[in-house]
Write a protein that binds this ligand. Structure first.
Ligand code: TXA
Ligand code: MG
Length: 344
């Protein structure tokens, strides 16, 4: 299949809408990462997403809407819980996905057989325009091959899925660079399943204390059931082995410079780069977790372009604010391997 590269203009958005309404697949920009969209109400169209990505069928998808009214209009949820409404008012449109009891219109392919559905109203104008043009809500996981880092440019999508999907709209670089925050409101107490651009602190300022799912910071034990099926899969792993180094600037730089061979690289803050004597890939700047979120996936993909790199020493980011999302993705890339430089 020839994958069309569409532009971010009215004409091409119309084209994308037609492809989607006809049961096709289109890569679309959002403010978090690029999504691989299909008509969320058409189980057959949705099943093509799983085939193109090589995604396990038991991992449910997020339904993207262009207005909160779409939930009722299309029968997406059997209940729009009060706390979800409060969060929607404050954080939609934006990088927040909410899980609620699913409505009758949701095919099993979307919910992977669960009795809940994940819903998000993206902030990116193009994403909303495409949903409008399609005339239906769009199911969309991140537009990467299953297991590789989520795409933050149209080129990343082309590299992974070119030839397997109908089209990609080039909307430039994604603003946030990490996937949305996922919270369930279908539980007795709201629970964070995946950290993202809307922080725990921001959510708690609206609905009070929430639980943080164990899988956010820790590795699930073998056979343990994941509240969010996506959490059980190995994610974001570049081909090189990644180890997180926890410690201050000097300790990090000394360790890397003293423990590196010909096949080692660093995933470091911009201020570290000049002091390191190995190839460096940037993880944003030290005190700016937004820049870290923005650069992480692009840097992981760049590392993959260098097969000679076998080991990457990465800085361990702070877990405050959006830093929690950066840490959550990076610790998975590292297979949960962390060296505490203060303890060696
Ligand atoms: O920012 C994002 O959320 C991007 C853009 C494209 O919107 N999408 C995205 O989708 O990251 P995906 O499929 O890569 O991640 C969705 C996550 C998975 O971990 C999945 O298991 C979880 O949300 N999820 C979806 N529906 C769920 C449900 N009903 N219950 C629990 N977890 C659910
Ligand atoms: Mg994904």
């Amino acid at each position: 299949m020839n994958t069309l590269l569409l532009r971010d203009n009215e004409n091409d958005i119309k084209k994308a809408g037609k492809i989607l309404a006809g049961g096709g697949l289109v890569g679309i920009p959002t403010e978090t990462v690029y999504g691989l969209a299909a008509n969320a109400l058409d189980g057959k169209a949705v099943s093509k997403i799983f085939a193109a990505k090589g995604r396990p069928m038991d991992n449910p998808l997020i339904v993207h809407i262009q207005s909160a009214n779409d939930i009722e209009r299309f029968n997406l949820a059997s209940e729009f819980p009060k706390k979800a409404k409060m969060l929607a008012e404050k954080f939609w449109s934006g990088p927040l996905t909410m899980i609620m009891p699913k409505g009758s219109a949701i095919p099993d392919e979307v919910s992977a057989g669960l009795d809940t559905v994940a819903i998000r109203l993206p902030e990116h104008e193009t994403a909303r325009a495409v949903i409008k043009a399609a005339g239906v809500p769009l199911a969309a996981p991140s537009a990467n091959l299953s297991g590789s880092p989520s795409p933050t440019t149209a080129q990343h999508v082309m590299n992974d899925l070119g030839g397997k999907i109908d089209a990609v709209i080039d909307g430039g670089e994604c603003r946030v660079g990490l996937e949305s925050t996922v919270i369930t409101l279908a539980a007795v107490k709201p629970r964070l399943l995946r950290p993202g651009g809307v922080t725990v602190e921001e959510i708690e300022s609206v609905i009070g204390e929430i639980d943080i799912d164990d899988a956010v910071l820790n590795k699930l034990a073998d056979g343990e059931k994941a509240a969010s099926p996506g959490m059980k899969y190995k994610h974001y792993a570049p081909k090189a082995k990644v180890i997180l180094l926890k410690g201050a600037d000097n300790a990090y730089i000394d360790f890397v410079n003293n423990n590196s061979g010909a096949h080692t690289a660093a995933l470091c803050y911009s201020s570290d780069a000049v002091r390191l004597n190995v190839p460096t890939f940037l993880l944003g700047s030290k005190d700016d977790c937004l820049s870290q979120a923005h650069m992480l996936f692009d840097s992981l993909r760049k590392i993959d372009e260098h097969p000679e790199i076998k080991l990457v020493y990465a800085r361990c980011p702070s877990t405050k604010g959006v830093g929690l999302a950066v840490y959550n993705r990076l610790i998975r890339a590292a297979g949960f391997e962390v060296i505490d430089l203060e303890k060696i």
